[in-house]
Design a protein around this ligand. Structure first.
Ligand code: ADP
Ligand code: DP6
Ligand code: CO
Length: 330
């Protein structure tokens, strides 16, 4: 059968997904909203081949760890069931984003895998179908099917828990200035962390209610190109997500002393009149929601307190692309 390659970009949530109502199907407890990023992505090639005696999976030319491999095999099983085939697959993936560092590699990885494996198995799926499929690999991947601002509706079942674009073409100035505190794999993965918070935070229900109440105001901010309101809501929601982890029993932290230094600096810059807001995921890296015209000022301020820190500017990016054969590893 023919090999297909797909490219999917990562996305960073402005309203976070942090907990599952259904762990097997990956139905979230809240509706989330994200921005797909141009600079970070995964490219994956899949070929189902009758000559294979098992699934062969590599990431950046290396075989995956057994646990990580299992997630991909389970995902391929979903495809095989849907396509009514029992052929094994060769999967070659390349991350243009640090893996498991809180920069959403699982989002781009499972969106790319969904696109490439569905095409390679001969399935003709709509973007919404691909979003539902990707969701079952990693929740955040449901949003990486689409470009720009994307909403993943919490939904109540497999059909209704799906992402859709809010604004695919982002033609107004917004960027995520990504401060790389660490590109090393986190100790507690997103899956374990959110489960922990859900079971062990005394305020979890309040997180769900407050987060869902922010959906409409966030949509309005996006529609109105209102960077200040968008940033303010996103920062509040991110801090509330991390608060769940800090009050869990036992508590756990993704943010390090360096992350907090950056968060403090963002507040200081804001007091000085800049429209800058911080959002953090399951890892120590801080993304600064900002106006492209302010890049130099922010970078200078960061380098004053952290001379060695790596900064990468991330801008709004496109949705999933799928093509037959001839992978280009840009
Ligand atoms: P992140 O913040 O990077 O999304 P997660 O804990 O959510 O971190 O997911 C990281 C996991 O996603 C990895 O340990 C691995 O299992 C999986 N993953 C990431 N990229 C790929 C890829 N290109 N191919 C297969 N699996 C991947
Ligand atoms: C903090 O989608 O990585 O980045 O569904 O268990 O694979 P699984 O988790 P994942 O969780 C993402 C958590 C987050 C917030 C977000 O992206 O919405
Ligand atoms: Co992830």
């Amino acid at each position: 059968m023919v090999a297909f390659t797909a490219r999917a970009h990562t996305n960073i949530a402005l309203l976070k997904y942090w907990g599952k109502a259904d762990q097997k199907l990956i139905i979230p407890t809240t509706t989330s909203i994200s921005l797909t990023l141009n600079e970070f992505y995964t490219e994956t090639t899949v070929e189902f081949n009758d000559d294979l005696a098992n699934d062969q999976i590599t990431l950046d030319h290396q075989p995956l760890k057994a646990k990580d491999q299992k997630k991909i095999i389970n995902f391929l099983d979903l495809i095989r069931a849907q396509a009514n085939i029992n052929t094994y697959a060769k999967v070659e993936s390349f991350n243009h984003v640090p893996t498991a560092a809180g920069l959403a590699s699982s989002a781009s990885a499972f969106a790319a895998l969904a696109g490439a494996s569905a095409a390679a198995a001969g399935l003709d799926l709509t973007p919404a179908d691909l979003s539902r499929l990707a969701r079952q690999g990693s929740g955040s991947a449901s949003r990486s099917i689409f470009g720009g601002f994307v909403q993943w509706d919490r939904g109540t079942d497999h059909q209704t828990s799906v992402a859709h674009p809010l604004q695919e073409q982002v033609d107004w100035p917004i960027q995520l200035l990504t401060v790389i505190v660490s590109d090393q794999p986190k100790k507690i993965n997103s899956r374990g962390g959110m489960q922990n918070a859900m079971q062990n935070s005394p305020f979890y229900q309040s997180w769900v209610e407050r987060s869902n109440a922010l959906v409409k105001p966030m949509q309005t901010a996006i529609n109105q190109h209102d960077l200040a309101t968008l940033g303010k809501i996103a920062e509040q929601n991110a801090l509330e997500m991390h608060a769940q982890n800090m009050v869990a029993n036992p508590p756990f932290f993704y943010l390090t002393d360096i992350s907090w230094k950056i968060i403090n600096l963002v507040q200081e810059l804001r007091e000085n009149g800049l429209k800058v807001y911080a959002t953090m995921d399951a890892g120590p890296n801080v993304k600064i929601i900002s106006h492209p015209d302010d890049t130099e000022k922010i970078e200078d301020a960061l380098h004053t307190i952290l001379p060695e820190i790596t900064i990468q500017v991330a801008t709004p990016g496109p949705g999933l692309k799928i093509w037959q054969n001839g992978a280009t590893h840009a």
